[in-house]
Design a binder for this molecule. Structure first.
Ligand SMILES: Nc1ncnc2c1ncn2[C@@H]1O[C@H](COP(=O)(O)OP(=O)(O)OP(=O)(O)O)[C@@H](O)[C@H]1O
Length: 290
């Protein structure tokens, strides 16, 4: 049996009265690029912080390659937090030296190699003078210097211009191809995610709503377009719907063949995730299923 790169069993975490994660169970395969998606406040950063050992679960367990994480970072994990903590008054070179000194396992050549792939990073520039994109890229280079088996990135693409985004995704893809690293990446930028991710973990209101290989998950869904007054003919579980006066567009899970008069198509990743997010918002607004 293969051991999951990252697995959770009944994982829960509360902050006072706020239940950020509730009873999450999943197993993420090794060597894949996994999209961690969900609405604002769904619990994505909490999940990454738990996996990085920065906080402890209030119930349940999380493990990296089968080793439980109990409030300490696993040596195989590198984590880039949303706020990209770097020392603003250090130069890039000084930051690299400082971070190298904090890590038992360190590859200076890997850091240099990653920085060489980037157009815009001047190693003698002070961190505070770098663009948001360059700062993210330095932070990723530092994370890769730990030679991680699991790389976790919280919103790595926000604040990046298209070129920096493209370069950053290329670094991630090269890392996966060259070293077989597992990458878990949270982002709201669905079109970027669909370019690189082959596995999905969708979290809504602290719970795992959908998990699996992107191909399988997409194959299990259909977008059905048809007459609004014949919606009752549609089988399967309707995840979300948008309607005009006459027409209904439905995202359906486990749909049987479309009824006569309906068009059926497999959704792309963006359409699928947006459908689930729309359903989550609807439930929040009405406390009723869609
Ligand atoms: N340190 C904390 N103290 C109190 N509440 C917290 C803390 N961290 C997270 N929360 C709460 O837990 C819930 C989940 O937050 P989390 O940051 O994990 O969501 P997220 O999916 O990463 O959101 P976003 O997409 O906006 O970054 C939210 O209600 C948030 O307010």
């Amino acid at each position: 049996m293969t051991v999951a790169a990252l697995s959770a069993e009944g994982l829960s975490r509360s902050f006072g009265r706020v239940q950020a994660l509730a009873d999450c169970t999943f197993a993420l395969p090794e060597g894949r690029v996994i999209a961690l998606v969900g609405p604002n406040g769904a619990g994505k950063s909490t999940l990454l912080s738990l996996a990085a050992g920065l906080i402890r679960p209030t119930a349940g367990a999380i493990a990296v390659h089968g080793t439980p994480i109990r409030g300490r970072m696993h040596p195989d994990v590198a984590y880039l937090a949303q706020n990209r903590p770097l020392y603003p008054d250090f130069t890039v070179r000084e930051v690299i030296r400082a971070v190298a000194g904090m890590n038992e396992r360190w590859s200076q050549s890997r850091v240099e190699e990653v920085l060489d792939m980037l157009a815009g990073v001047d190693r003698s520039a002070k961190v505070r003078t770098l663009s948001a994109g360059a700062r993210t890229q330095v932070a990723i280079a530092l994370a890769l210097g730990r030679l991680p088996r699991v790389l976790m990135l919280d919103e790595p693409l926000s604040d990046l211009d298209p070129l920096a985004r493209d370069e950053t995704l290329r670094i991630v893809m090269t890392e996966v191809a060259d070293r077989g690293t597992t990458v878990l990446m949270s982002s709201h930028l669905l079109s970027d995610l669909s370019e690189v991710c082959d596995h999905l973990l969708l979290v809504v209101a602290g719970q795992v709503r959908l998990a699996g290989d992107v191909e399988d998950v997409l194959a299990a869904h259909r977008v059905l377009v048809g007459p609004r007054d014949q919606e009752s003919a549609v089988t399967g579980s309707v995840i979300s719907a948008s309607r005009t006066e006459r027409q209904a567009t439905l995202l359906v899970r486990d749909a049987e063949p479309a009824p006569p008069g309906w068009l059926a198509d497999q959704p792309d990743l963006e359409t699928l995730v947006v459908g689930y997010l729309r359903a989550a918002r609807h439930v929040q607004a009405t406390s009723q299923p869609v």
